[in-house]
Design a protein around this ligand. Structure first.
Ligand SMILES: Cc1cc2nc3c(=O)[nH]c(=O)nc-3n(C[C@H](O)[C@H](O)[C@H](O)COP(=O)(O)O)c2cc1C
Length: 134
C-alpha cells in the first residue's frame, strides 16, 4: 500500500486588539481539529512571515480597530508583506481565507479584511473565502 495519508495541516493566524479575534481563532482551531486537521493557532506577532511560502492553507482572523486600523500585533507582519523585494509569485502555493471582526457602526467597517486580501493576493496567494463577522 502507499504511504499513510498525512493529516491536512492548517495554520490559523490572528491579529486581535482586545481578544475577540483570538477567541474566534481558537474556536476555529478546535472545530478544524475535530474535523481531522492538524492545527496551529498563533498571534501574527508570534509568526515569522518569511515562513509563509511553503504553507498550503492559512486562515487569517483579523479585527479592525482604531479608525480602520490594524491591531498593534499586526504591524510588523504587515511591514514585512509590504517589502518591495518579494516577488509577485511569493505566495503562489498558499491558499488563504480571511475572517474579519468589525462593527458596522464604524465608518471603516472591517477594512482590514480588504487590506489583507489585497496584499496577500498581490503575492499570488489564492483566496478561498473572505468572511466578515459582525
Ligand atoms: C476603539 C475601537 C475602535 C474600533 N474601530 C473599528 C473600525 O474602525 N471598524 C470596524 O469595523 N470595527 C471597529 N471596531 C470594532 C471591533 O473590530 C470589534 O469590537 C472586534 O470584535 C474587536 O476584535 P478584537 O477584540 O480582536 O480586537 C472598533 C472597536 C474598538 C474598541
Amino acid at each position: 500500500m502507499g504511504k499513510m495519508e498525512e493529516q491536512p495541516k492548517l495554520l490559523i493566524l490572528y491579529a486581535s486588539q482586545t481578544g475577540n479575534a483570538m477567541d474566534a481563532a481558537e474556536r476555529l482551531g478546535r472545530e478544524a481539529e475535530r474535523r481531522g486537521c492538524s492545527v496551529t493557532v498563533l498571534s501574527v506577532d508570534q509568526f515569522d512571515a518569511g515562513l509563509l511560502p511553503p504553507l498550503k492553507i492559512v486562515i487569517f482572523v483579523v479585527s479592525t480597530t482604531g479608525q480602520g486600523d490594524s491591531p498593534d500585533s499586526m504591524k510588523v507582519f504587515w511591514r514585512f508583506l509590504l517589502q518591495r523585494n518579494l516577488s509577485q509569485q511569493w505566495l503562489k502555493q498558499v491558499q488563504y481565507a480571511v475572517f474579519g471582526l468589525g462593527d458596522s457602526g464604524y465608518q471603516k467597517y472591517n477594512v482590514i479584511i480588504s487590506r489583507a486580501l489585497f496584499t496577500l493576493g498581490n503575492y499570488g496567494a489564492y483566496a478561498i473565502n473572505i468572511i466578515p463577522i459582525h
